[in-house]
Structures are given as C-alpha cells and as structure tokens.
Design a protein around this ligand. Structure first.
Ligand SMILES: *Cc1c(COP(=O)(O)O)cnc(C)c1O
Length: 385
C-alpha cells in the first residue's frame, strides 16, 4: 500500500511537521556562534525534561551508544555491578557492562512484570563490604511495555555508595522521572522515542557524584568521553562534529514540548495507555503488562494463540498501512506492541483500534465489531467533556 504510514512503534516515532521543516535549514559552522546558541539551548531544554540541574551530554548516536557511554565513563573493568533486568533492554545494559569488564550480577524478573525493589534492597544489604559499584536498571522496558518504580529502587539502595544508572531511552518524557529529586546518578535517553525527532542523538545525564567516579574510571574511551565533552560544552562546542541537522530537530521539538508542558505531556501518555488498554480488553485480548506497572509509552498485547501476532501485524500493514512492533526474542509472534509515545494523536489511536478489530475478526477471533473503539470513544468523551 502506498501513502503515509501510521507508524505506531516504540521508536522511531512520527515527526511533527514543525520538526521536519526545522531539519531543512542550511549547514552552519559547528564551532560558530549560531551553533553555540543551539547547543546551549538544547542542553538546557533537555535538563528540563530530566528535571535536573546536573550535567547533560548529547552524543551523535543511537540510545545504545549512550548506554555504552554510561558504562565506559562510570564503570571500571573488574567493578562489581548489579543488573536489575525485566526484559530485552535490561539484558542489553548488563551485556554492555560485561563486555567492558564489569563483573555483572543479575537479578531478573518475569517479562511483563516490574522489578521488586525489595529484592534490590536485599542484595544491597548483603553487600556489607560495599563492593557493588553500580546498579543498572531500565526505567521503561520497551520489549514488554512495563515501567519500573525508579524512585523506590533508589530508596532501596539507600546510602550504599553504588551509582544508580538508569536506561530511560524510551521512558523519558513519556513516564515521569525526576533525576534530582530522586537522586539518580546517571540517566540515559534517546531521540527517536518520546522526543519526536529522528534516531541519531542520545543523551547522557549524570550528577557530580558520578563525575567524581568518572575522573577515576579506568575504562578506555575517546568518542564517549563525558569529561572531555563537558569541557567543550563550556565553550559551546562538541569535541567533534555534531549531527547539526538533528540539533535543529531537537531545538524545535523541545520548543514544542515546553509549549505543551511536561506535566501535560506525561498525562497525555497515561491517557493513551488507559484508552488502549480499555479498548483491547473490550476486544477480548489481554495486555502483557500488569496494570500497576503498565507503560504510558507503549502497550504490549498478547495475540490470540491460534492467530499469532505477526499475521495480525502483516495484515494491518498490507491493508491499512499501519505499522505496529512485534515481540522481541521469546515474545516474537506472542505479542504485538502499540507504540503511543511522542507525536501520536488520539485519532491515530482510534484508527488503529478500528483496523485492529477488522484484522481480528478476519482471522476468526471472537469479538463484537466496534466494542474496542466504543471503549476508546467513551474514554475520549469523558476527557473532552
Ligand atoms: C530503544 C531503546 C534502547 C536502544 O536504543 P537504540 O536507539 O535502538 O540504540 C535502549 N533501551 C531502551 C529502553 C529502548 O527503548
């Protein structure tokens, strides 16, 4: 099918026209005054989204790049690290730490559920010699559609000196996070999720406690050196050529985000979650994530076993130009994932739910046509009353 796609992935997300237009501006000197202004404005804007006054570095990289930056800047080879994993991205963070020489101890939770802060507390308490140097955790696990209670995990660590390092790549600006108030040490995010811009930038935020660890950290690094990047930032520059076009996009998107207001953005994402969950349940389907930890950024839906998730996704793509994400690894063909983060509007979701009902009926799933859409409409009627 030709024409514009309905892209409902948990990244990359659709681009607002304003962002697309901003990217058509001409190149400028990355060491000149115009870029300096953009870099400083973007850095300040990102700090607002993180709710932090600490350090933020913007890397020309996908989210995984900034996860690697977090590891090479704050974890030394041989350091003991506690990984708290609830899905694919928790595993990835642990794997990166392992590749760079950390001794990784893992606690894993069933996919579809959040981490239990009490188990973190027990591990931390048992570490009487304070050997654990860092705790790695995912804020919003994109592979399952579950978010962790980061504040509770911070509290579980208490005054143990381990750094808390958070992968907030798909969560930031969709799921609340207060870096300073919650005393988070290192927080990573990425451009193509809730920031409404293309892939290619990632953000590394870290506090002064982490900066002290960085200064003694023995992992080799050059491209990812956060200390060097901070020095250049003081001059309004990057150590190397930045992705200027993506900064134009980021600058415009941050402007849009400030116009909407962070609290309104977070509420909008929670509304999408509630609307989608009510609708899929009315279609006689179950979401994968437990209610208490269901992500505002995306919803994973368990496909009817006799149909399989991938057949539904293919039909939606072929017939309606709707692109949903599949399940990853052991969830392949078990779930499909509806991304509702970033630049997604209510009516986009209503369209997707309507088409999903058609797909389900076509493959023989038992539901009443319109039942899910009806739930979503009722939700919107209340919201707009
Ligand atoms: C998308 C994502 C990543 C990886 O980001 P890339 O940009 O694909 O490298 C890491 N963690 C989480 C939670 C994500 O959602």
């Amino acid at each position: 099918m030709t024409g514009e796609q309905f892209l409902l992935l948990p990244g990359p997300t659709p681009l607002p026209d304003r962002v697309a237009r901003a990217m058509s501006q001409p190149m400028i000197n990355h060491r000149g005054p115009e870029f300096k202004q953009i870099l400083l404005a973007c850095t300040e804007g990102i700090k607002k989204v993180y709710r932090t006054k600490q350090n933020v570095i913007i890397f020309p990289a996908s989210g995984t790049g900034a996860l690697e930056a977090a590891v090479v800047n704050f974890i030394s080879p041989g350091d003991k690290v506690l990984s708290v994993s609830i899905g694919v991205f928790g595993e990835r963070f642990a794997q990166i730490a392992g590749e760079f020489g950390a001794q990784v101890e893992k606690i894993s939770f069933e996919w579809g559920t959040p981490a239990d802060p009490q188990m973190v507390k027990d591990k931390i308490k048992a570490d009487v010699n304070k050997e654990i140097k860092a705790v790695l955790v995912t804020q919003n696990e994109t592979s399952t559609g579950v978010f962790n209670d980061i504040k509770a995990i911070r509290e579980a660590i208490g005054d143990h000196p381990a750094l808390l390092m958070v992968d907030a790549v798909s969560g930031l600006a969709a799921v609340d996070l207060c870096m300073d108030e919650w005393k988070l040490d290192v927080v990573v995010s990425g451009s193509q999720k809730a920031f409404m811009i293309p892939p290619g930038l990632s953000f590394l935020a870290f506090n002064d406690r982490a900066l002290k660890v960085h200064e003694k950290c023995s992992n080799p690094r050059y491209y990812w050196d956060a200390g060097n990047a901070l020095k250049y930032l003081e001059k309004g520059q990057n150590p190397y050529t930045p992705a200027i076009t993506l900064y134009y996009a980021l600058h415009e998107a941050l402007q849009m985000m400030m116009e909407e207001g962070l609290d309104n953005i977070l509420q909008r994402h929670m509304d999408y979650r509630d609307m989608v969950r009510a609708a899929v349940r009315a279609m006689n389907l179950q979401p994968l994530a437990v209610d208490a930890a269901a992500s505002p950024a995306l919803t994973s839906v368990i496909a009817p076993e006799e149909i399989g998730a991938n057949k539904i996704r293919k039909y939606l793509q072929d017939e309606f130009n709707i692109v949903l994400a599949g399940g990853q690894q052991k969830l392949d063909n078990v779930i499909f994932r509806i991304g509702h983060l970033g630049y997604i509007r209510e009516l986009d979701l209503l369209s997707v739910l309507a088409a999903l009902e058609i797909a389900l009926l076509k493959f023989g799933h038992h539901l009443e046509l319109g039942a899910g859409v009806n739930q979503a409409q009722q939700f919107l009627m209340k919201k707009h009353s």
